[in-house]
Write a new protein. Structure first.
Length: 374
């Protein structure tokens, strides 16, 4: 099981257990999750705010992984439930008599028992210090490529990833059209021309920059632009055309529902654990627009909110048949009872997503070749 659980979480008590005082949920809870590959010690530290809501942190102390938020926490009678959207996982449990034990099940693909015990100062497991964050690349640097490797991907269509692994940047299971739209902040409708294989053949691209430190998102895109030019022989020119777009807007006189990111400096995270679910962390509104147009929507998406800063939020909706088309054919999703994406933007983010027309840059490809051998 590919479990990664070190997490900052928000717990909301909807209806507290009949046999347990509301304040008794606060404290340190711990238990061992026995996966097929290892036994993992899991710790939850929960505190209660003045308004009655609970907040806390979760740790998988036998693993080294970044924080993963938890959400959807409810307490009804003696029953508790929560979700971990970033893992497509969840937990359901029951308070035992006395309020110092929770008997429950953790589900990620399949169910596994996870019983939690309230820890004391003497019995609480020590939580290791998190590893230091990677040293960032000088934001003024224009990184070049020391080494790049490109090979055809053997992974099935349907998922792709841009990430850092140590000092290397990786684009995993991507087509050239995927790479173009990510590197140049475009929607597929903003790319014209090019050979047919740019939409079908998938690659794994690994880049070692010639500049020390972890690149920011802008620098990652610069590296991909240089790989496209050097290894794929990309040449293009731009034209301005009026296109149908989606605009993200902030309704006048209303307050958005976004949570400011507590710890700045990390790379933004906008990964889709499943279609219709986006647990975003450390993201700007421009990041949101670019993620939506790159992965979800059937036309470009523009940010018209004028909202500055970085935020954490979760967008959970029922996608229609036109969304996520860039990931290839997908089996129909059963109705999950979630709102459509337009309702979700309003109800969950306090924002509007609306259809309009706007002038947009279009990349016209003049030359593109398959990469030479590494």
């Amino acid at each position: 099981m590919g479990l990664r659980l070190i997490a900052a979480l928000t717990l909301v008590c909807a209806v507290c257990p009949a046999l347990i005082a509301q304040g008794d949920l606060a404290g340190t809870w711990q238990g061992t999750l026995k996966t097929p590959n290892a036994a993992l010690r899991i710790v939850f530290r929960i505190t209660r705010a003045a308004d009655g809501q609970f907040t806390g942190q979760a740790f998988s102390i036998d693993q080294s992984s970044p924080p993963i938020p938890m959400n959807g926490i409810t307490v009804q009678g003696s029953q508790i439930r929560w979700k971990i959207d970033a893992l497509s996982a969840g937990y359901e449990g029951t308070f035992a008599t006395g309020g110092n034990t929770i008997n429950g099940t953790f589900t990620q693909g399949g169910p596994l028992p996870l019983d939690l015990v309230r820890a004391t100062a003497e019995t609480a497991w020590a939580i290791p210090e998190p590893p230091p964050p990677p040293k960032p690349m000088d934001p003024a640097a224009n990184p070049g490529i020391e080494v790049s490797t490109i090979k055809l991907s053997s992974a099935p269509a349907g998922g792709r990833l841009y990430t850092m692994r140590g000092a290397q940047m990786m684009a995993i299971n991507v087509t050239v059209i995927n790479t173009l739209t990510f590197a140049y902040d475009l929607h597929e409708r903003q790319v014209s021309g090019g050979p047919s294989w740019m939409n079908s053949e998938r690659f794994e691209i690994v880049i070692k920059p010639d500049t020390p430190g972890q690149p920011n998102i802008r620098q990652m895109k610069v590296l991909l632009q240089k790989v496209l030019a050097e290894r794929f022989q990309l040449k293009f020119h731009n034209e301005k055309r009026e296109l149908s777009v989606y605009a993200i807007a902030a309704p006048a006189g209303t307050k958005h529902k976004l949570t400011p990111t507590a710890v700045q400096g990390n790379l933004p995270s906008l990964a889709y654990p499943r279609r219709g679910l986006l647990p975003a962390r450390n993201a700007t509104m421009t990041d949101l627009a670019q993620s939506m147009q790159g992965a979800v929507m059937d036309r470009p998406v523009v940010n018209q909110t004028n909202i500055e800063g970085r935020y954490d939020f979760t967008l959970d909706w029922m996608p229609d048949e036109f969304q996520f088309a860039s990931f290839g054919p997908q089996p129909p999703m059963p109705d999950n009872g979630k709102p459509n994406i337009f309702q979700a933007f309003q109800e969950q983010l306090g924002l509007k997503l609306e259809s309009t027309k706007a002038p947009a840059e279009v990349m016209v490809i003049d030359k593109l070749e398959k990469p030479s051998d590494n």
